[in-house]
Ligand binder design. Structure first.
Ligand SMILES: Nc1ncnc2c1ncn2[C@@H]1O[C@H](COP(=O)(O)OP(=O)(O)OP(=O)(O)O)[C@@H](O)[C@H]1O
Ligand SMILES: [Mg+2]
Length: 223
């Protein structure tokens, strides 16, 4: 059983947060305690004197344990731009993230870490999300938004994950477009193209019901 996962995706806005919260519900329904992180967030607002991010707040709210915001989101950037630009004055230091991750590991059975953007999103001048996954020694779960262009994005991202030498625990099909033609055929094509487990097809929902979404997930035994 893995101690945690890094949730990445084929792009920004593909359903990483929805997948992370659904996974939190999934592990909780198995009787495990779960916490999460969104260590680097661009696009934050001032709340009670501190910059905060919607994704990180949702992760905080769904954790089994009450956690300080700083533990979940040490890098909260105001501007909604790539972290290496948003954080030019306060760049991401992966060791700082790792220290908080180690603390979280002590507090729960599973730690889910949501990435930022996609697999190659730069976090600072030298490092990107692949370096974050390596630094935390976490297997990744790849979220694919099932929309036009998703086959190309899924194959490219999966190839890049493999090239990084990071283990891929599987992928999640997130149905973000209710009007997409040939949805099932798209999912089947990606399934055939990747030698990774499909952990679930999460349907389109006008309003998220994370308990229902979590019931669509299944993690292969041993993961
Ligand atoms: N299953 C779904 N059904 C309907 N809409 C969805 C679904 N999953 C995601 N969405 C929509 O897509 C938006 C983006 O999802 P989400 O915030 O999870 O993406 P993300 O990859 O975490 O984005 P970011 O890169 O900003 O962190 C959501 O606000 C929601 O509107
Ligand atoms: Mg998100």
């Amino acid at each position: 059983m893995e101690k945690g996962y890094l949730i990445t995706g084929t792009d920004t806005d593909v359903g990483k947060t929805w997948a992370t919260i659904a996974l939190m519900h999934h592990f909780k329904s198995q009787g495990k305690s779960v916490v999460g992180m969104k260590p680097v967030a661009s696009g934050c607002f001032m709340h009670e004197g501190q910059l905060k991010n919607e994704d990180a707040l949702l992760i905080q709210e769904n954790a089994s344990v009450k956690l300080d915001y700083d533990l979940i989101n040490p890098y909260a950037y105001e501007l909604p731009v790539s972290p290496h630009l948003a954080g030019i004055k306060n760049p991401v230091i992966l060791n700082e993230v790792a220290l908080r991750f180690e603390a979280l590991k002590e507090l729960a059975d599973i730690v889910l870490v949501e990435g930022a953007g996609g697999w190659c999103t730069p976090l600072n001048e030298r490092e990107d999300i692949s370096d974050l996954a390596k630094s935390l020694a976490l297997p990744v779960i790849m979220v694919v938004a099932i929309r036009l262009g998703c086959i190309n994005h899924a194959k490219l991202t999966y190839q890049a994950i493999k090239r990084s030498g990071v283990k891929c625990a599987g992928w999640i099909a997130m149905c973000t477009d209710p009007d997409l033609l040939s949805r099932d055929e798209n999912i089947q094509t990606i399934k055939t193209a990747l030698d990774a487990s499909l952990l679930g097809v999460l349907p389109y929902m006008e309003v998220a019901d994370f308990s229902f979404l979590s019931e669509q997930l299944s993690m292969p035994t041993g993961q």
